[in-house]
Ligand binder design. Structure first.
Ligand SMILES: Cc1cc2nc3c(=O)[nH]c(=O)nc-3n(C[C@H](O)[C@H](O)[C@H](O)COP(=O)(O)O)c2cc1C
Length: 205
């Protein structure tokens, strides 16, 4: 039976979405079955409409990427959670999804699973690492086995050198597209997650 990976993310203008897709591709290349899911939107329609990039991404994904449910996390052997940086922290949308998981935490359904995190901030030093670490605080509570990229692959050195998780500094990108080198890091992160998730699955009996 193949390893099951849930990639759950929130993205307003599409940068985190691109990383989420690459993480999913990396896990699939490792033979995993993947659910790519987005945290439900919480912002009022007027706020979304005020930002054309937000509206465009919202329209592009609301029909094509299913919303995350707690069952996706229960189903998975490993999960990757992604969020834009909001003042150095995860977005409310991802946090709201996390906060629906009290019952699953209590039953132990999130424990002994591989977990990794990813993000995007506008600035290189605008809080990428603090955001990933804040997501990982949650992983400790769940009893997850945290799988950071570390410096376990040469691609990480070549594309930003972030050992905590893939992070896109979106402010420097003119065309809204994450460069393929960093997408390669994300694919590597997804493959590594799937590998470890498969190895530790027997822990759950
Ligand atoms: C309310 C708010 C807070 C933000 N806080 C930060 C921040 O602390 N540091 C930073 O560099 N960028 C910050 N940003 C910018 C986003 O993190 C950045 O645009 C990110 O690439 C968006 O990812 P997305 O396209 O997946 O939504 C903030 C944006 C908003 C709307």
């Amino acid at each position: 039976m193949s390893t099951k990976i849930a990639v759950v993310y929130y993205s307003s203008t599409g940068f985190v979405h691109q990383i989420a897709q690459a993480i999913a591709q990396g896990a699939e290349a490792e033979g995993a079955e993947v659910r790519l899911r987005r945290a439900p939107e919480l912002a009022p329609p007027a706020a979304i409409a005020a930002n054309p990039a937000w509206q465009a991404h919202h329209d592009a994904t609301s029909g094509s990427v299913p919303e995350a449910t707690p069952d996706d996390m229960v189903w998975a052997d490993g999960y990757a959670l992604g969020t834009p940086t909001r003042f150095g922290n995860p977005s409310a949308q991802l946090k709201q999804f996390i906060d629906t998981l009290g019952g699953q935490w209590q039953s132990g359904a999130l424990a002994n699973k591989a977990a990794t995190a990813f993000t995007s901030a506008m600035n290189l030093h605008g809080g990428n690492e603090s955001t990933i670490l804040a997501v990982e605080n949650v992983f400790h509570h769940w009893g997850a086995v945290i799988v950071p990229p570390g410096y376990t692959d040469a691609s990480i050195f070549a594309h930003g050198g972030n050992p905590y998780g893939t992070a896109v500094a979106s402010g420097g990108l003119q065309d809204g597209k994450v460069d393929d080198g960093l997408l390669g890091v994300a694919r590597y992160q997804g493959a590594r997650l799937a590998k470890v998730a498969g190895l530790i699955a027997p822990m759950r009996g």
